[in-house]
Structure formats: structure tokens, C-alpha cells
Design a protein around this ligand. Sequence first.
Ligand SMILES: [Zn+2]
Length: 360
Amino acid sequence: MKAWRLHSYGDFRLEDVAEPDVKPGWAKVKVKVVQAAVVEKGLIEKMPHIWQAEISRKLAEGKPVQLGHEYCGEVVEIGQGVTTLKAGDRVCSSGHAPCGTCDMCRCGQEESCQALLTVGVDVPGAFAEYFTLPEKGLVKVPEGPTDNEVAAFQPLSGCVSDVESAEIRMKDTVVVLGQGAMGLGCLQIARVAGAGVLIAVDVRRQSLELARSFGADHVINARDTDPVKEVRRLTGDRGADVVFEAAGGRKADGLAGFETVQQAMQMVRGKGKVVQVANLEGDLVLDSVLLRSKRVRYIFPDRAEFEALRHVAFLVATKRIQIGPQITHVLQGLENLPEAMEITANKAKYGATNPAQIVV
Ligand SMILES: [Zn+2]
């Protein structure tokens, strides 16, 4: 089968490798659609990330790394003892799979696994024609959503967790900084969760139009309007109850650096919450006097668990949230992964919102 494997930082190759064997308790998945996350491009380039230590260790031992965790697949074979899946089931993953062997897994509490496997880091991922995962790391997807939509579920499960971490209350004024896939996900799920006025901020007109169509009451183009002043104006100088920071990150990936984190701290109300959705890189400098005087609750969200992924499937299947309109770039064939990564890392240049997808 064909698989993309990282041999050393920057040395990322499409290779012919043996199809994986199915272990007891595991299932073999044929990848139908996969998308390249921004984080994966960064990992290949050795960007600081919580997964990087494990990747460095494997590469140092001469073990190639097969990334890929945002996908839609089909079960083609099940291992001994697998009871909840069968060949033909359509599946995706939360990005993590329970190990199946620790004390918590053995007593049926996989949600509390003590040695969670990161898909694409601890076990080979979905940048391949086939890969395998423990049964409990695969979530069956209902009829309704397309394969392309299912491939975008994993990051949205993070949005469910982001919104849960914010503990939104009815009528809360919510600002979302950044209308990429994560920002639009948080916007829509915050609306479902009972938010009041929704304010979307971005520098791309097209993304703001999507935000408007997904339920934003106000859109602010930060290219020509100061978002801090505008949020203050829209909230009668009070500030927002909740701000989701989904714009920050590496400027090399077309993201906003730390600038939007500072804006979030300035536009949130006293005792309001800032939820750090975007993955930041490097040392963040914050005005501690401002944070202390406003008593800002700066929240780093919980990891999305399997239930969050099932909830995304429910939200999309019941049309409470939409992802189809964001999926604009779909390439055919695994060999086009580098092009998909290029589009994903330069979404503004290519007019993309969701990461570029590949039909395998
Ligand atoms: Zn476990």
C-alpha cells in the first residue's frame, strides 16, 4: 500500500509499504478521505508542540512516523474479540485511542485510559491507504454526513470541548477571533449552546461571509476596523462575556501570532472568559496587571474525548451545524498530500477555510 512517512524532519516521502496486520481488539481501516491539519505541516518542520518529543524520539531510533488523524474511513477487517465494529462500518477518530491494556481500559473505562495513543504519533495514522486502531478508538458515523464532512469531524470535536470549557450561559455575548475551521466550529456550537449575541472577527471577507451565514450577528473585518474598540462599542463598553481565540499561531502558517491573544484580553469583560482555541507557539507575554485587574479567566480547554466526536456526528447529522460549505479544496489521490498541505498552510492565499482534503 502507499503511505506517507516522515524519516527525519523535512524528509517526508510517499512509499510502498506492507499493509498493517490486525491485532486482537483492533480494526483495519481503509482511508476514504483524509485532510492535512496545520499542526501536521508544523510537526514535519519540527515546530514546538506537545507531540514533538515523541516524534523526535521515534525518528532518533530510526522509526519512520506516519501522521494523519483527520479522516473518514471504512472498516475492512476486525481483529479477534472486536464486537462493536464490522467490515463496512464508516468510522473516524477523536485523535486519540485508548491503549486497551491499562487498568482503566481493562475495566471498561476507556475514557479514562492512562496511556492514550495519539493517532499518527504513537500509532501509524491516516496518511496511508490503510491503518489500524484499537476498536474503542474508532467512532461509528451515522448515515447523512458525506465522507468529506466526516473527515472534518475530528477538529470539530475539539470545538465541542472548547465550548464546554467556556461554560457558556444563556445570552452570553460571544466573540470568536478567527473564522477558520476551528473558529467557525466554535461559533456554531456556541450558538447551539445558548449564546446570545455572536460576534465574528477575521481579516478575510469570504470567511466573514461564512460566519454570517452560520449565525454571526455582527462581523468585524479587523483589516479595516479595530476589533477591540468595535466589540466595546457593540457591548455598550462592557466587553464580551466569552472570547474564543482561534486566530493565533505561527505567522509562517498565515496565522496571527500573539496579537489576537492580546486583543482577546482587552475585549473580554471583567471576570469574563478567554478560551485559547488556537495552538500557540513559543513564549507568550501577557499584561499581568490587566489580567489581574479584570480577573480574566484564561482557559486552556480540555482534550476532546470520544463523546465529543459522537456529539459532532449528531450535530452535523441533525443539521444543527454545517461544515459542507467550508470544504472547498478536494484533491484526488494520496500523492497530492504536499499540495494539500501547501493549501492548508496558506488558506488565505488559496481562498480555503477548511484544510484541503484528499480522496484516497
Ligand atoms: Zn488504556
